[in-house]
Design a binder for this molecule. Sequence first.
Ligand code: NAD
Ligand code: DAU
Length: 351
Amino acid sequence: MSQFEKSILITGGAGFIGSHVIRRFVNNYPNYHIVNLDLLTYAGNLENLTDVENKTNYTFVKGDVMDTAFINQLFDKYQFDGVIHLAAESHVDRSITDPLAFLNTNILGTVTLLNAAKDHWKDFSGKMFYHISTDEVYGSLGDEGLFTETTSYDPKSPYSASKASSDHFVRAYGNTYALPYIVSNCSNNYGQNQFPEKLIPLFINNIKTGKPLPVYGDGNYTRDWLYVVDHAIAIDLIYHQGKSGDTYNIGGFNEWKNIDLIKVMCSIMDRKLNQPEGTSEGLITYVKDRPGHDRRYAIDASKINRELGWKPTVTFEEGIEITIDWYLNNSEWLENVTSGEYLKYYQKQYS
Ligand code: NAD
Ligand code: DAU
């Protein structure tokens, strides 16, 4: 008999959002055993979790969500009550150059986990498969309107096509096998520990090192930004109080045109680096657009607010300051992830 009330598998826990979810669950639920399954790809970094790595209710396991035998062994060993599935290839630009990697991890990986849950959970009572997805599955908006939970899917990049497919598989397992599930679709996250290929950390790092800031196309693309800890809070709420078979949209009520956001970041960076206003903006370089670039995303998060009482706790002004300070104060982390040093270390430790 386990000493823990629940056993939960969190996949992709060494990544950006996953590490914030792991931290929240390990600290807030000492009566749960949290198993973090992560392949430690370029995007997964155990340095994100040094503060919880020795907690008795936390176990890290290196492995691939596509490895059926290994996933089955994990389900046998840990007798999971719930799965919170974040492991994915997550960067749109990489999906354009290597779509198959996205098909494999995001679709095959999700179906492998679904099969394991279906086969091991003889009794579905008290079980939950919670799939973390993106607003990109809804496609692109014009100047008006918001994505709601009933907006039709219209994915336009290989990344969003793979996430849309995985969402459909999750719902299909709910419909076909009565597997208890929830899907949430969230807008753009930012915050500590995001790999510096995504807009905000890439631009902070480039300003810090005096490199050009590559603005795609005309820069008038719009994204709805949410501080990552607020996403982790939403995931906690949805896992515990969400309705099985339901979908929740999560967003920041915080739309920015890329170029406006970049100029705000430039101004904060000038202040923090004690350099004349305008220095960072001088690095802005308009470059060739991303192929098939979605023009605008914006989430209507009124359902999760109405039904579960969630709303962002951190304003964008606060969140961006915290984020920039974190990157400025964590040069070693930044150097390790950009040089691949952490990969060498952890791949060796877990080989
Ligand atoms: P990330 O790229 O930072 O992390 C992904 C993690 O998954 C990494 O730790 C990586 O090692 C792991 N991983 C990759 N392939 C794996 C495999 N085959 N087996 C096991 N682990 C594997 O991603 P993120 O930005 O933290 O996104 C996490 C999830 O949230 C993804 O499913 C993504 O689609 C979704 N999402 C992200 C955002 C965002 O703005 N970043 C917004 C909405 C939804
Ligand atoms: O909306 C949620 C999605 O947000 C998540 O599902 C994805 O995992 C996450 O990567 C993110 O996708 P985006 O493509 O919106 O994020 P990215 O940071 O790559 O780009 C944000 C915007 O900035 C987008 O309009 C493209 C633009 N951009 C990006 C980069 C990296 C640039 O102009 N220059 C750049 O160098």
